[in-house]
Design a protein around this ligand. Structure first.
Ligand code: TXA
Ligand code: MG
Length: 332
């Protein structure tokens, strides 16, 4: 059941959550599949519906800073980490940043896959905030897609695979950011990015020392598998600024996604005339490209193509998150 995300339906969805049901809802990053974070049974259903392995912990979404004191044991943080939390929260919350913190007992082990840490996110989307505040104040929500598949940036993407398995989908239109939140581990000796996402590393580094490990140990980020965010259609990536293979532009059942239109030679444009080619951003903005990424992959996935080629983004701004998603989506 898809419902417009108006106040009445948000209240209805909040009732469903309080009663142990599952509600998909928009956030500024992607749509989430929400369940009461304190209800183990509801959380078990989230794993079942998504076909998600139990070792992959969930993010708990809050709508009030105070809730941190309920779900986290902040005493366990070092003094520096506590200071960092304060700085990060005041600069970036609400927003697309998830912070890993020591967990409190009231959060059931199933939410955190048995870890003694909990991922916390304070989203900025008005619908998400209302829904969280009018339910139990702590909503666990993975992205609302079957495990390993493309993340949903529209209510219809959620409906495609999950509509008959969950209780309600709140439709709040397309998500503005388009890639998931950045996951930052504050329990590490130095704050460490576990997943690049909607808040870029450069922004984080302006207010706090942040480590960007290129290889994150899997026990630190249990959900970051090499294959993830995968479309059904085969996806092949090529280096930024390079030419895709000839087949990409001449083949009948292929499409090419370029990062941006800028700098593309005329000759290529004409060679590709009449072919399926797309630009993630007209202007070369990584934020614009991120907002379009999953949207376009969903669209192309419905066209029965044989293969999609995608150019990598520059490794700055949201380009890190885009390339992370492209790498995993194309992993074989
Ligand atoms: O933008 C987002 O973060 C979206 C929206 C719905 O808020 N949610 C989302 O959730 O992307 P999900 O479940 O698809 O991804 C959660 C990521 C996984 O990679 C998981 O391993 C990591 O967060 N994570 C959760 N708890 C963790 C923990 N305690 N320690 C390390 N990583 C954790
Ligand atoms: Mg996900």
């Amino acid at each position: 059941m898809i419902l417009a995300a108006n106040d009445e339906n948000i209240a209805r969805a909040a009732d469903i959550l309080r009663g142990g049901g599952l509600a998909a809802f928009p956030t500024e990053t992607v749509y989430g599949l929400g369940a009461d974070a304190f209800n183990s049974k509801a959380l078990a259903r989230v794993f079942a519906v998504k076909n998600r392995p139990r070792f992959d912990p969930l993010i708990v979404h809050i709508a009030l800073l105070d809730t941190l004191n309920t779900i986290c044991n902040l005493e366990k943080l070092s003094k520096t980490a506590r200071q960092n939390l304060k700085t990060l929260a005041s600069n970036f919350w609400p927003g697309p940043l998830t912070i890993i913190l020591p967990k409190n007992h009231c959060v059931p082990g199933i939410a955190t896959a048995g870890l003694d840490t909990v991922a916390v996110r304070f989203p900025s989307h008005g619908v998400a905030l209302k829904l969280i505040a009018s339910s139990t104040g702590a909503i666990a929500a993975p992205s609302a897609n079957p495990f390993g598949r493309l993340s949903p940036t529209r209510a219809e993407h959620v409906a495609l695979h999950l509509e008959d398995k969950i209780d309600v989908i709140l439709d709040g239109g397309p998500c503005g950011v388009g890639v998931e939140s950045t996951v930052l581990d504050l329990c590490a000796p130095t704050p460490r990015i576990l997943r690049h996402g909607g808040l870029c590393a450069e922004e984080l580094q302006k207010v706090c020392v942040v480590e960007t490990a290129s290889q994150i140990p899997s026990e630190k980020s249990p959900g970051q598998l090499p294959s993830h965010y995968a479309p059904k259609t085969e996806l092949i990536i090529f280096e930024q600024g390079a030419e895709p293979p000839l087949e990409a532009v001449t083949g009948q059942e292929t499409a090419v996604i370029y990062f941006s239109r800028g700098g593309r030679q005329d000759s290529r444009q004409s060679a590709a005339a009449g072919k399926k080619q797309f630009f993630l951003s007209e202007t070369g903005s990584t934020a614009e490209a991120a907002a379009r990424l999953f949207e376009l992959l969903h669209e192309l996935d419905s066209q029965g193509l044989r293969r999609v080629y995608a150019e990598k983004a520059p490794e700055s701004g949201l380009g890190m998150a885009i390339n992370d998603r492209l790498n995993r989506a194309s992993y074989k």
